[in-house]
Design a protein around this ligand. Structure first.
Ligand code: DGL
Length: 301
């Protein structure tokens, strides 16, 4: 249904799965009056092991689905899609489209004192060189060290319990980086902040962890404020002196893949601090013909 006040339209958020919750959480904290529609492509997660052609195709399908909800802006809350599909998304969209790479890169470049920055992410993100390009554009003298961590997002998505499996995967990944030089580590996958405590335990207190979700939520607030696109009168309170909350909608492309849907629901409830969540199945035409991704691994310096 078209909205009468165009600023009151929702913000669309897209990820391969539950990683986008790490953008949604801070966005809702900062801008509670904004309405949101979330799409997690659970039927085709993980994206990190997919070809850039597949990721571009899926991201455009995600955009088209969310566009049907009359969104005023789209957050590509997936580093893998942000790193390869932005040109396709921008040419398709009639609204603002935000990626998660540039805000995280900006925050890292701003804070690094040693000027040596580590980036970890999915194979698709690391192979794309998107962070390196963004960081070098900000400061050509930055030294950038990158490693992919292909197992991590799928483990989080499946809800593998206990810290020890995560510790060993994170240690193996960081062992491929010169951690004695790096003072800033970009968690270049929106799933990773969901295990931020484990990263903190493995890295120690000296390394600054950059959460691309948090950085993106802040960048969006600033961009919508500047363009006059924020929901009308966001501070207006109701009779109980509360700012009325925007509406929240959640869609996933499959409710049937293993226990992904239950993990999504539990993680969303825990991460967003809500008691119950209604999740609907999104109808996307291309789904039936998509096959499973093939895993690979990369280190780049
Ligand atoms: N959360 C996504 C990212 O930021 C995707 C993880 C995956 O599906 O492999 O890259």
């Amino acid at each position: 249904m078209p909205h009468i006040n165009r600023n009151n339209r929702p913000i669309g958020i897209f990820d391969s799965g539950l990683g986008g919750l790490t953008v949604l959480g801070p966005l809702v904290d900062n801008l509670p009056a904004e309405s949101t529609v979330y799409l997690g492509d659970l039927a085709r997660t993980p994206y990190g092991a997919r070809t850039s052609g597949e990721i571009r195709e899926f991201a455009v399908e995600g955009l088209r689905f969310l566009a049907q909800h009359d969104i005023k802006a789209l957050i590509v809350a997936c580093n893998s899609a942000s790193s390869v599909a932005m040109a396709d998304l921008l040419s398709e969209a009639s609204f603002q489209v935000f990626d998660v790479i540039s805000p995280g890169a900006k925050m890292a470049a701003l804070h690094s004192k040693s000027r040596s920055i580590g980036v970890i992410g999915t194979t698709a993100t690391i192979n794309s060189g998107a962070y390196e390009l963004e960081l070098k554009t900000l400061d050509i003298n930055l030294r950038i060290f990158q490693a992919d961590c292909p197992q991590l997002a799928p483990m989080i998505e499946k809800g593998i319990p206990g810290a020890s499996a995560y510790v060993s995967v994170i240690r193996d990944c960081l062992a491929r980086l010169p951690m004695q030089e790096i003072d800033t580590l970009i968690l270049g996958c929106t799933h990773y902040p969901l295990v931020r405590n484990i990263f903190r335990a493995v890295c120690g207190e000296e390394v600054r962890l950059i959460d691309s979700g948090l950085a993106t939520a802040e960048a969006i607030e600033e961009a919508l404020r500047e363009s006059g696109g924020l929901v009308e009168d966001p501070q207006k309170t109701d009779l109980n002196n509360r700012v009325p909350e925007g509406s929240r909608e959640y869609y996933v492309t499959s409710t049937k893949v293993m226990n992904h849907m239950e993990v999504f629901r539990d993680m969303a409830q825990e991460f967003l601090g809500v008691e119950s969540l209604s999740i609907k199945e999104a109808e996307i035409a291309g789904l039936a013909s998509s096959s499973a991704p093939k895993p690979t691994s990369t280190t780049k310096t």
